[in-house]
Design a binder for this molecule. Structure first.
Ligand SMILES: Nc1ncnc2c1ncn2[C@@H]1O[C@H](COP(=O)(O)OP(=O)(O)OP(=O)(O)O)[C@@H](O)[C@H]1O
Length: 929
């Protein structure tokens, strides 16, 4: 319809959404954001107008379930850092390529503990929890299969699953002895150092498959564990393409502490042929010297002794030196010998490190011994063959070393043979299709075909078989069965592996003859083809896509036999560790064919793995790599879609939604959901069971379910719906029980508190009364004391006052007596003084009077004399008798005054002068003489 919104296919972006602007018969024109696209109506899908902004956490909840809808959902969740999404029971994990620590901390684990799958956001913890609970509740072993292409995040997801299982089933370990789960988790760095390498697809790619089996005891506690590894990529030891790296341990050892580097005669990794074939030596995010220390620490933890560690790294160093031994033509025809001194040095060092004989090492590389019925022939190898022999030795030693490590870790962890259940976690390489695909890809893809079949069987095939068995009404759901591909590869006789083994056993076979044989045998097989332009390649139409394999190295890589010369050489090593890697072969196998097939061995390993898996309840985690740049926040639609298709996720969604993904046996169903219709309880018999199930389903208002012969079949989401209703009722009941329990407990507490309170009160009151009484007593006592004190004080004050009064009186009396005495004395004294004074005054007056009388007398006499004098003077003057008169006067004055004091003399003088107006000049000299 014009104006409606649809999804249309696009070669670049897989799916584009836009508005229909034109319809021409079978074709529609759609206006998308960046361009206008013309597409077939059949290739377009309607867009959900009410698509939730943050998507849905389970694809089966999508209203419009189609490829673009799934993609849109994953993309919008990925953009919001929601990297996990369910597809029914499958967990899709999209690699965030950035750390999201908040998703994995201990609080998150606590949250997921016991929560039903789907109750919380999708998470590996939820998958692990569901597996753990199923194991405990139903007593069935579980398996969690983690798959995805290289770099999709399988190993990281596996670590999360293991951490959660360790959290749930872990024991409290003491400080000295580490628990099983700790040992399992701590063995990771060792396995990663020796089994991981940088590839184009992943900087820390596991180059081996891993199945960790965690064993539990009856009580659900971890009691043991075992690690099984699959098909380590051996060729990497001697062949590295740019920009990849060899196994991490080689670079770590070259960056080890100085004394180790010197001990193993190592140095710059670029000087070693096995490392310098690629330009990539260092990794940004990986510090090799720190990793070396971490690896040694992890080795300590898993119980690898110091001597063993030394031997392990000696072997690693020996491999590097071995790789530097080059060969040139020897003196004999077709013979070879170490090329130069440098090669000889490395050969000698390798022999020293392996602790074997140098000459024997050289011979084991440059010669082959053939034992025929009649004689033993020694054949020299040409330089090329010698180099191949050298590489074969390096590879076999490394792979034996890796196997030894795995075995050692297993011994250190310890298995519980008595264990009742297990949870296996499978972290195995995903489907691979490169430009050149060799034997490794062939084996890896076989694994994925096998696992896909397991998945098919579980999700689809068993589903359909069950529907038929249960005789329920279902429309036939087609699914892609890959049994024919498995037959093509592993059928015995006649499958590709069988033909390869055959070719390996015929000395004259080459990869060309092998390819021809394949073409002949499978020319009509619909899953096999011969590429037109190639004479030795073959293509298999795998479930996940077509892969063309190059057969060149198939024969070599399939041969898993230790060259007897190498075996003999290293078995004779003086180092017990090295010789233990090559224990003597049993008589039989050394006599019979030296060949054993890696392909067949691997096939058997897979068979055993699948047997284990089929005895477990599987859970699936599909890891998806959103881009090839290994960068965060880039979501490449085409890339993701391809992986979803390969992982069978799209098919699973389709089937899951179309069929009945949830089912339960009647009694299980009733046990679980009887709470929804309690009235059906206590009825027995099959008929009753069916009626009870129907009743429960009716009451829960579900439609579209089916009742089989023994089970109830539910459509996608219905189990969750029932669980939700059950949860609600249980929740309500729990609240009721809680309420009762709370009331009971509160009451009990209350009564206890009340009686305690009464007791306390009584006690307090008693105490208080006593205190009061004592207080009062104390008060009374204090009043008495006060009274006495007051009395005492009053008395004391009275006494003081009395005493003071007496003393004052006494002192006053004394004072007045004294004063009286004094006044009397003073009166007497005054009288005496008065008398004395009067006497003195009288005396004085008398004297003065006397003096005055005298003076007056004098004066009178003087004036008389003076008068006489004046008369005399005048007479003298007249008579001349003045002088006589004068003398006379003077004499008289002298006489008069001589007895006088100076003052009186002066007064007389003055008197004379003033009264008598005597010339002072005359008077004074006389007077004063
Ligand atoms: N959940 C995650 N959170 C953060 N980073 C992750 C997560 N999952 C994966 N990665 C990143 O992606 C890288 C590749 O992941 P991982 O090694 O688990 O891939 P893989 O699928 O095991 O690859 P291979 O098959 O090559 O071993 C990790 O080194 C890590 O950087």
């Amino acid at each position: 319809m014009i104006g409606s919104h649809v999804w249309v296919e696009d070669p670049d972006d897989a799916w584009l959404d836009g508005e229909v602007i034109e319809i021409n018969g079978e074709e529609i024109k759609v206006k998308c954001t960046a361009k206008t696209v013309v597409a077939k109506t059949s290739n377009s899908y309607p867009k959900d107008p009410e698509f939730p902004e943050c998507g849905v956490d389970d694809m089966t909840k999508l209203a419009y379930l189609h490829e673009p809808g799934v993609l849109q959902n994953l993309k919008c969740r990925y953009d919001a850092n929601e990297i996990y999404t369910y597809t029914g029971g499958i967990l899709i994990a999209i690699n965030p390529f950035k750390r999201l620590p908040h998703l994995y901390d201990i609080q998150v684990m606590q949250k997921y503990k016991g929560a039903a799958l789907g109750e919380l956001s999708p998470h590996p913890f939820a998958v692990a929890d569901s597996a753990y609970r199923q194991m405990i509740n139903e007593g069935i072993s579980q398996a969690i299969l983690v798959s995805g292409e290289s770099g999709a995040g399988k190993t990281e997801s596996t670590k999360m699953l293991m951490r959660y299982l360790a959290y749930m089933g872990g024991r409290v370990s003491n400080a000295e002895e580490r628990s099983v789960e700790q040992k399992v988790l701590e063995s990771n760095p060792v396995l990663e150092a020796f089994g991981n390498a940088k590839t184009v697809r992943n900087n820390n790619s596991s180059r081996f498959g891993k199945f960790v089996e965690i064993q539990f005891d009856q009580r659900g506690r971890i009691s043991g564990a075992a690690i099984r590894t699959y098909l380590l990529e051996r060729s990497r030891v001697c062949q590295v393409s740019d920009p990849e790296r060899n196994y991490h341990c080689f670079y770590m050892l070259c960056s080890a502490r100085k004394e180790d580097v010197e001990k193993y005669k190592l140095g710059n990794p670029r000087t070693f042929h096995y490392l310098n074939q690629s330009n990539c030596i260092e990794l940004d995010a990986l510090n090799d010297s720190e990793e070396y220390i971490a690896t040694r620490r992890a080795m300590d933890v898993v119980g690898i002794s110091e001597e063993e560690q030394d031997a392990i790294f000696r072997v690693v160093a020996a491999i590097l030196h071995l790789g530097n031994v080059e060969f040139s033509k020897g003196q004999e025809t077709d013979a070879s010998e170490p090329k130069n001194d440098k090669s000889r040095f490395h050969l000698k060092t390798a022999a020293e490190l392996f602790m074997c004989d140098e000459k024997s090492l050289e011979e084991s590389l440059c010669k082959r011994v053939f034992v025929t019925r009649d004689e033993t022939i020694t054949k020299a190898l040409d330089p090329n063959a010698a180099a191949l022999s050298r590489d074969a030795l390096a590879k076999i030693v490394y792979s034996k070393l890796f196997d030894w490590l795995v075995e050692k870790i297993n011994v250190a962890i310890g298995q519980d043979k008595e264990s009742k259940f297990l949870i296996g976690v499978l972290d195995i390489y995903g489907f691979e299709s490169f430009k050149t695909n060799s034997f490794e890809q062939f084996c890896i893809n076989l694994t994925n075909e096998k696992l896909q079949q397991h998945f098919n069987q579980h999700v689809f095939k068993m589903e359909q078989e069950e529907y038929e068995r249960e005789a329920i009404d279902w429309s036939y759901i087609e699914f892609v069965d890959n049994q024919d591909i498995l037959d093509l590869i592993e059928k015995k006789p006649g499958g590709i592996i069988a033909l390869l083994d055959e070719a390996c056993m015929f000395p004259r076979s080459t990869h060309e003859t092998f390819a021809q044989k394949l073409y002949q045998t499978f020319k009509d097989h619909k899953r096999f083809s011969k590429p037109k332009l190639s004479r030795t390649d073959f293509t298999i139409y795998h479930y996940a896509g077509d892969v063309t394999y190059q057969t060149e190295l198939f024969l070599d890589k399939n041969k898993d036999y230790v060259v007897p010369e190498h075996q003999a050489l290293l078995a004779a090593s003086k180092c017990s560790f090295v010789s233990s890697l090559f224990p003597p072969l049993p008589e039989e196998s050394s006599k019979s064919s030296k060949f054993s097939s890696i392909g067949s061995g691997f096939k058997l390993q897979l068979q055993s793995l699948l047997e284990t898996l089929s005895s477990t309840e599987p859970h699936y985690v599909r890891c998806v790599k959103p881009n090839n740049a290994l960068k965060p926040a880039i979501f490449e639609n085409n890339n993701v879609l391809q992986q979803l298709r390969c992982g069978g996720v799209m098919e699973a969604i389709r089937i899951s939604c179309a069929g009945f993904p949830s089912r339960k046996l009647f009694h299980e169903f009733i046990d679980r959901f009887v709470i929804l219709a309690p009235e059906v309880r206590n009825k027995s018999g099959k008929k009753d069971d069916i009626a009870a199930c129907k009743k429960i389903l009716e009451k829960s208002n579900l439609t579209g379910y089916q009742i089989g012969k023994t089970k109830v079949f539910l459509r996608a989401g219905q189990m969750a719906e029932l669980d939700g209703q059950r949860g609600e009722i249980l929740g309500r009941s729990a609240t009721k029980i809680q309420r009762r329990a709370c009331t009971y407990m509160c009451r009990k507490k209350f009564v206890l508190l009340k009686s305690s309170a009464t007791q306390i009160q009584a006690f307090c009151r008693g105490q208080m009364t006593r205190h009061l009484y004592e207080g009062m007593r104390r008060e009374a006592a204090s009043l008495k004391i006060q009274k006495y004190a007051r009395r005492f004080l009053k008395r004391k004050a009275y006494n003081n006052l009395r005493f003071s009064a007496i003393s004052i009186q006494a002192s006053l009396r004394a004072l007045s007596a004294r004063n009286e005495l004094r006044s009397r004395k003073r009166t007497v004294a005054a009288t005496v003084i008065q008398t004395h004074c009067r006497r003195k005054l009288a005396n004085l007056r008398y004297r003065r009077l006397k003096e005055a009388a005298l003076i007056i007398q004098c004066a009178v006499r003087g004036s008389n004399a003076f008068g006489e004098l004046v008369k005399l003077r005048m007479a003298a003057k007249e008579t001349g008798a003045l002088q006589d008169a004068k003398d006379k006067l003077e004499k008289q004055v002298k006489e008069l005054t001589s007895s006088l004091q100076l003052e009186k003399k002066l007064r007389v003088g003055l008197f004379l002068i003033t009264l008598l107006e005597v010339d002072e000049f005359i008077t004074f000299p006389y007077i004063l003489k």
